[in-house]
Design a protein around this ligand. Structure first.
Ligand SMILES: [Zn+2]
Ligand SMILES: [Zn+2]
Length: 160
């Protein structure tokens, strides 16, 4: 498996640092109302990684969140500065969702799709070649073949 030593990131104050030992499976922007509130902005960018590839150094605190759909997740923050580092979605078996902009080289991971664009701010214009979904999408039809294969093998090999 290809390793990438450049996949590092962290919080604002420097207390939390992390490494992702394999490139993310998928990166997406979400325009839903919850993401607006939690970021204080128009959308969030998240990168999905295998749960054994995220190595956190430093102290994080966490809180359970519940989406409008009833889906639960646990959000993890730096204990000191409160930067939101990653999320563990109950529905995303074997994966963790890193906040892409906490990566040191986040510009290398532009969103591959934008989701919940039904809630997109009307003054925000996305380029014509951006792939948009009104709500959610089917990863099997949307993720690159390599990511689906890597994720599928990981679930199988770890009985998840
Ligand atoms: Zn911090
Ligand atoms: Zn969202």
């Amino acid at each position: 498996m290809e390793k990438n030593k450049n996949l590092t990131g962290g919080c604002i104050c420097g207390q939390v640092k992390y490494t992702i030992t394999e490139k993310p499976l998928f990166t997406q922007a979400c325009h839903c109302k919850d993401c607006k509130i939690i970021t204080g902005s128009s959308y969030v960018i998240n990168s999905s990684v295998l749960d054994n590839t995220l190595i956190i150094e430093g102290e994080v605190s966490s809180t359970e969140l519940k989406a409008g759909s009833g889906a639960t997740s646990r959000a993890f923050f730096c204990n000191k500065c409160g930067a939101y580092i990653y999320t563990d979605y109950a529905s995303a078996v074997g994966r963790l969702t890193v906040r892409t902009k906490t990566l040191n080289n986040s510009e290398n991971f532009p969103p591959q799709v934008h989701i919940f664009t039904k809630d997109k701010d009307p003054w925000l214009n996305l380029a014509d070649d951006v792939i948009c979904f009104e709500k959610m999408y089917d990863p099997k039809k949307t993720w690159p073949e390599e990511s689906l294969k890597r994720y599928g093998e990981y679930l199988k090999n770890n009985n998840k």
